[in-house]
Design a protein around this ligand. Structure first.
Ligand SMILES: Nc1nc2c(ncn2[C@@H]2O[C@H](COP(=O)(O)OP(=O)(O)OP(=O)(O)O)[C@@H](O)[C@H]2O)c(=O)[nH]1
Ligand SMILES: [Mg+2]
Length: 475
C-alpha cells in the first residue's frame, strides 16, 4: 500500500456555512485527531460511526467547538487510508483554528486533489474514475452530471480495462509461441486470430473515440458566440436564451462594448454563451477594442451564431441584398468554424420564409463562402423560432443516443489522446498483416500501454505476470 504523511484539509467550500467538513487522511489520522479530543481512543471505536466530541486546542486545552467526529478505518475509505472526518460548525476562523491544531499535532496541509490522488495510488479507483470526481463536483447540468457519475462508477474504466486485458492476453499468447516453442501443449495463436482480435479491439476503441466530442462538450460546455452587425439583436437573443435581462439592450447601435459570457443549461447540456460587440468600422476607441474581442470570441468558440436583420419585405426592394458586404466578410472569417445564420426580428416581417430563402439563395450562389449548418428565422423579442434554434444546436453537437444510454464516454483530452495512440498502434498492426509475429508485438504493446495510460496502469509487468500465471517455468 502506498503510504505517505497524514494530510488534512477543509473538504467543504471555503466560506461561512452551517457546517464544515475537515478531512484527515493517512497513517496517523486517528492518533493526531485523538490529540484534539482527549480521552477518546478512535481506533477502539467502530469504524464509520460518528461520535460527538468537544474539540480542544491541544496546546492549551482551549475549547474550539463541539463536533461530530467520524473515524473510518482503511482500506475501506475514499483514500484507502485511515481517515477521520470532523463535521464542525462552519465558521472560517473556527475551521482555521482546527486545521492549525491538526497541523501542530503532525498533519500536513493537503495539496489540491491529494485525497483523490491517494485514492488512485492505493488502487481505490483508476485514473478515469479519479478524473470523474472533479467532473462530478463541477457538473452544472443533468447530462454533465450523468457523464461524470457514469465515469465515476467505472464505465469507461471497465471498457478500457477489458480492451487492455484482451491485448495483454494476445501478447502473452504470441510470446509463449515465440519463447517456448517446445511447449506444444500450449494453444497457438494464428495470424488470422491476431488480425481478427485486433480489428475487434480497434472497433471498440473507435467507438469510444466517437463519444469524445459529446463527452468533452458535456464536461467543458459548448462555447457559442453571438456575432453580427450592431443592433441586429445579439444581446436580446442572449437575454432570451438565458431567460433573464442579463445584457443591456437599446436601439442605439454599439450598445455592447465588451464580451459578456454566461453559462446556460440547454435541456441538460451546458453551453457557454458569448454576447459580443456589434462589428463595424468605428472611430470609437472603446468600441474598437470591443470589435477586436468579438473576433477573438469567434476564434475561441465551438459554434458561431451569426445574427442578421433582414430588410422588411425584401421583394419590394429588388436591388437590396439580404446580406451586407460586412456580413459576407464575417461569414468569410468563419473559415471552418461551424456557424448558424439567424434571421432575427421576423416579427417585423410579412414573410420570414422569403427572407430565409433569399439568404440561402445568396449563399448557394457563392461557392467560395463556407456553408452554415442552417439558416433559421427567429425573433429574440417574441421568442419565435428559439425552440428550433435550441434543437438544432443539440442535434448538431450532441449525440442523442450517447446522452440517453449509459454508454462509456471519453470526457477529456488526456483520455482522447491515449485512445488515439492506441488506435494508431492498432491500425499499424492491421497494416502489418503477414509480418512476423514478434514485429506485431511492438505495436500491440504500444496499444496496451496507451490504454494502460488511459486508466493509469502500465503494461509490461502485467504481460509477464499473465505468462507466469499460465504455467510454471520450472516444470
Ligand atoms: N422587433 C424586434 N426587435 C428586436 C428583436 N431583437 C432585438 N430587437 C431590438 O433591436 C434593438 C437592438 O437590440 P440589441 O439586442 O441591443 O442588439 P445588439 O445586436 O446587441 O446591438 P449592439 O450591442 O449594439 O451590437 C433593440 O431595440 C431591440 O429591442 C426582435 O426579434 N424583434
Ligand atoms: Mg448588444
Amino acid at each position: 500500500m502506498y503510504q505517505e504523511a497524514t494530510i488534512c484539509a477543509l473538504s467543504s467550500p471555503v466560506g461561512t456555512g452551517g457546517v464544515a467538513v475537515i478531512r484527515v487522511s493517512g497513517p496517523e489520522a486517528f492518533s493526531i485527531c485523538e490529540k484534539l479530543i482527549k480521552g477518546t481512543k478512535l481506533s477502539a471505536l467502530s469504524s464509520h460511526k460518528a461520535i460527538l466530541r468537544k474539540i480542544r486546542d491541544p496546546k492549551n486545552g482551549e475549547l474550539l467547538d463541539e463536533a461530530l467526529v467520524l473515524p473510518m478505518k482503511g482500506p475501506g475509505t475514499f483514500t484507502g487510508e485511515d481517515t477521520v472526518e470532523i463535521d464542525c460548525h462552519g465558521g472560517m476562523y473556527l475551521c482555521r483554528r482546527i486545521l492549525e491544531a491538526l497541523i501542530a499535532s503532525g498533519c500536513h496541509m493537503a495539496a489540491p486533489g491529494e485525497f483523490t490522488r491517494r485514492a488512485f495510488m492505493n488502487g481505490r479507483m483508476d485514473l478515469t474514475e479519479a478524473e470523474a470526481v472533479m467532473d462530478m463536483i463541477d457538473a452544472g447540468t443533468r447530462y454533465s452530471l450523468k457523464a461524470a457519475s457514469s465515469q465515476m462508477e467505472g464505465r469507461l474504466f471497465k471498457e478500457a480495462n477489458a480492451l487492455r486485458d484482451g491485448l495483454i492476453r494476445m501478447l502473452a499468447d504470441i510470446e509463449v509461441n515465440i519463447d517456448y516453442p517446445e511447449y506444444d501443449d500450449l494453444p497457438e495463436i494464428t495470424e488470422t486470430e491476431i488480425q481478427d482480435k485486433t480489428k475487434e479491439i480497434l472497433d471498440k476503441v473507435e467507438e469510444l473515440l466517437e463519444s469524445a466530442d459529446t463527452g468533452m462538450l458535456l464536461r467543458d460546455g459548448l462555447k457559442v458566440s453571438l456575432i453580427g452587425l450592431p443592433n441586429v439583436g445579439k444581446s436580446s437573443l442572449l437575454n432570451r436564451l438565458l431567460k433573464e435581462e442579463r445584457a443591456i439592450v437599446t436601439d442605439i447601435p454599439g450598445t455592447t462594448r465588451d464580451v459578456i459570457s454566461e453559462k446556460m443549461d440547454l435541456g441538460g447540456i451546458p453551453l457557454k454563451l458569448l454576447d459580443t460587440a456589434g462589428i463595424r468600422e468605428t472611430e470609437d476607441v472603446v468600441e474598437n477594442i470591443g470589435v477586436e474581442r468579438s473576433f477573438k470570441a469567434i476564434r475561441e468558440s465551438d459554434l458561431v451564431l451569426l445574427l442578421i436583420e433582414p430588410v422588411a419585405q425584401l421583394s419590394a426592394f429588388p436591388g437590396v441584398e439580404p446580406l451586407s458586404s460586412d456580413e459576407i466578410r464575417l461569414i468569410e472569417s468563419e473559415e471552418d468554424k461551424p456557424y448558424l445564420i439567424l434571421v432575427n426580428k421576423i416579427d417585423q416581417l410579412a414573410s420570414p420564409e422569403e427572407a430565409v430563402s433569399h439568404v440561402k439563395a445568396v449563399l448557394s450562389s457563392r461557392e467560395d463562402l463556407p456553408k452554415p449548418l442552417a439558416v433559421l428565422p427567429i425573433s429574440a423579442q417574441t421568442g419565435e423560432g428559439i425552440d428550433t434554434l435550441e434543437e438544432t444546436i443539440k442535434e448538431a453537437f450532441f449525440n442523442r443516443d450517447l446522452l440517453e444510454k449509459d454508454a462509456p464516454m471519453v470526457t477529456n483530452l488526456r483520455q482522447k489522446e491515449a485512445l488515439i495512440r492506441a488506435k494508431e498502434a492498432l491500425l499499424r498492426v492491421c497494416a502489418g498483416a503477414g509480418l512476423p509475429e514478434d514485429l506485431l508485438t511492438i505495436d500491440l504493446t504500444e496499444a496496451a500501454d496507451a490504454i494502460g495510460d488511459l486508466i493509469g496502469k502500465s503494461a509490461r509487468d502485467d504481460v509477464i505476470e499473465n505468462i507466469f500465471s499460465r504455467f510454471c517455468l520450472g516444470k
